[in-house]
Every structure is written in structure tokens, then in C-alpha cells.
Design a protein around this ligand. Sequence first.
Ligand code: NAP
Length: 254
Amino acid sequence: MNNYQTKTNALIFGASRGIGLGFVKALLEKQDVNIYATYRRTNLSTELLSLETTHHQTLHCLAVDVTKEDQITNLSDYIQQQTESKLHLVINCVGILHQGTLQPEKSLKHINLENLVYYFQVNSIASVLIAKHFMPLFCHSNKSILAFISAKIGSIHDNHLGGWYGYRASKAALNMFMRTIAIEYSRKCSQTIVVSLHPGTTDTDLSKPFQKNIPPHQLFSIEKTVNQLLEVIYSLTANDSGYFISWEGNRVLW
Ligand SMILES: NC(=O)c1ccc[n+]([C@@H]2O[C@H](COP(=O)([O-])OP(=O)(O)OC[C@H]3O[C@@H](n4cnc5c(N)ncnc54)[C@H](OP(=O)(O)O)[C@@H]3O)[C@@H](O)[C@H]2O)c1
């Protein structure tokens, strides 16, 4: 991705489990990446934290709840000091579909104000806060990527089934934030490509309760998803900035 220097700096949000942890493992295989990885709950991050012990020179794990803006600010300040203000790859893998009593709504009667707000806080607003506080780390002359993991279910064009109000709408809002961020970044950090990515249905805790009707060939392992997304990420060009791109490399209709 970066042709001009030997070591690149990557930051993965939501690396405790699932796709985020998969990105960390894949990046550890590369020799030239210095990795920052965030987790929220220590008890769910044992694999990540043990990787940090075995790869202490390349992997640095930091606790962040993305609903807390001060924690995002502190993380940005810390990484600016550690990297001389240079990040080359940031992937936000944080997302929720279900968590305790928060479950995707099957119908309007299940709409709950607090749950709806929480979907937007985690799935949409966190990304615009990340774009705000990490902009100084993208103001350099190397090609860089800021990617948000979205979901095709957030495509308004593709919504033929209904339901899942909060998740769908929060991912659609994420895509609008991403598009708007891409326009501002193109003016202020013109070497940064900003995208939303659809990973495809992936075998993680998030999809686990909803996997029974998915044909096996459409349910990707985490490794497969991460490899497909990294291939897409490494092939992105400036013309892709501001678009919602699937694991196949195609633009998803809004
Ligand atoms: N899996 C799929 O089929 C699929 C399909 C389409 C899109 N996606 C999207 O892909 C992304 C990754 O999903 P996944 O399947 O890997 O899910 P996952 O295994 O459930 O992992 C979700 C991650 O988000 C973190 N997180 C949740 N709320 C947080 C908060 N407030 N602050 C900080 N971290 C928080 C979790 O941390 P904790 O461990 O602390 O909970 C965990 O690291 C999500 O955006 C999801 O919407 C997934």
C-alpha cells in the first residue's frame, strides 16, 4: 500500500474478536506493519492480548469504548506521539447487531428508543468521531486508507425484506458519514482513500444467531473475509474514495 517507506502504521478498531481480530492476525503475518489494535472488554480479548505478549514489538493493544469521545481523543493523541503523526491504514471493525437485551427489531412494535440510539452511537457516530480525531494522522504524503466496515443490509436499494430497523438505518447512516468524510478528506488529506466495506456474511459472534438459513458457501470464515477485504483494500485507488465497496471489489448501490 505504501511504496515510499519500509514500515507502515495500521490501526484496527474492534480487534477483540471476529473480523477485527482476523485483520490483526493477517497484518502480523506481514513483516512491515506496526499495528495498533483496540478492544473494549478485557475478558473477551484474551486471544488479542496474548498475541500482544508474543508480538510486543509490532502489536500494541489499547482499551477504547467508541461511544466515549474522550477515549477516541486520548487514543489519537497517544498514537500521534508514537508514530510522528502518521497512520497508513485504519479499519473500523466495531459494530453491534445484538448485545444482551438489544436485539434486531422484527417489527415496529419492537422499536426501543434507547436501543435505537445505541445502534447509531456504535455503528454510525463512532466512525465520524474517528474521522474527526484521526484526521491529523492522515495529513502526510503517503497513500493511506480509512475504511469502515459497513454491511450490505444498510443499502436502501437492497432492502426488500424489512425488519432490523436500527442495524439497517445505522449502517445507511455510516455510509452517508463515510461519503461526507471522503469529500472533506479529499480537500485536506488528499492521499487518503475513505471507503465503507461490505465483508459478506462471516462466521462471527455477530452473525451466529442468524446463520441457519445461510447456504454454507455464503458463510465465510473470518480468514476468508479478511483476505478478501485486504485484497480489496490494497487495490483501492483515489477513484474509489467515497464509495461503498463489497468483498468482491464491486461498488454496492446505496
Ligand atoms: N459477521 C458478519 O456476517 C457481518 C456482516 C456484515 C457486516 N458486518 C460488520 O462487520 C463488523 C465486525 O463484525 P463482527 O462480525 O466481527 O462482529 P463481532 O465478532 O461481534 O465483533 C464486534 C466488535 O465490536 C466491538 N465493539 C462493540 N461495541 C463496541 C464499543 N462500544 N466500543 C468498542 N468496541 C465495541 C466488540 O468488542 P467487545 O469484544 O468488547 O464486545 C468486538 O470487538 C461490524 O461492523 C459488523 O456490523 C459483519
